[in-house]
Design a protein around this ligand. Structure first.
Ligand SMILES: [Zn+2]
Length: 144
């Protein structure tokens, strides 16, 4: 096994894992979060992200066949990605960000319109600002 850096050890990611060999367990390959456990100085897997108990150990080359694990995969991958912020999944936070962005676009459009009007009056000192305003307005009108 290759040596992992401290940064590598902070990374958690999804790996295929085997089901428990118990009667009644569906014959599926699941996904589990693979993470470094400082107490054991080793990586370990936990339960499947669909909730089934699994055997310990990653099966990197196995094909995941559990439909529930595959359905949960995109959400888990997003949550495990470096830089993930929990509020990125909060609809209220996202709505407020969208409203703020819309206000900023409206303010920029108003500014571009002022520049355009100044250029229309043929004031040579502001012709360039007017051109910039027209370019900005065209760009903002394309923002939806
Ligand atoms: Zn599963």
């Amino acid at each position: 096994m290759t040596e992992e850096t401290v940064e590598d050890r902070e990374r958690r990611y999804l790996v295929p894992v085997a089901r428990l060999n118990l009667a009644g367990q569906p014959d599926l390959i699941h996904l589990s979060v693979y993470q470094w456990l400082p107490a054991f100085q080793a990586r370990a897997t936990g339960m499947a992200i669909c909730g089934y108990s699994t055997q310990q150990g990653a099966l990197p080359k196995a094909k995941v066949t559990c439909p529930e694990c595959l359905a949960y995969r995109p959400r888990y991958e997003r949550m495990l990605a470096p830089g993930y912020r929990p509020e990125d999944d909060d609809p209220d936070v996202l709505r407020k960000r969208a409203e703020r962005a819309e206000r900023q676009v409206e303010q920029a459009k108003a500014l571009a319109a002022k520049w355009h009007e100044a250029a229309r009056r043929k004031d040579s000192a502001v012709i360039l600002a007017g051109v910039a305003g027209d370019v900005l307005m065209a760009a903002l009108n394309g923002v939806e």
